[in-house]
Design a protein. Sequence first.
Length: 119
Amino acid sequence: MPSSLVVTNLKRAAEQALEDRGPVPGPLGELVSRIGLLPLVEDEEAARKIGIWECTPGRWPRQQKAAEFAVIVSGRCRFTPAGGAETEFGPGDVLYFPENTTGIWDVTETIRKVYLIAN
């Protein structure tokens, strides 16, 4: 039976070249993070995005409103959810943010993650 399934296989996520997306919006402090992105899947009909995201050190409020699943590939950061305790993340850590999670990102070492965002 023929299948319309297309498998996306990206090897060595830590080494992939990313598109420069410029400075992070809404920095907190004078150190302004820069963002890189490699979209792998952007399925508007299914309201999901999959890709690789990278950010240089800096601090800013989380701006993603959709639910997000991610795996940290490299780097270190902290996230403090609104009204919650700070959590540190590093290589190999798996994260899940429910829809409308707010808080503060503090990237201490350039971070790279593989993400799935679902609206």
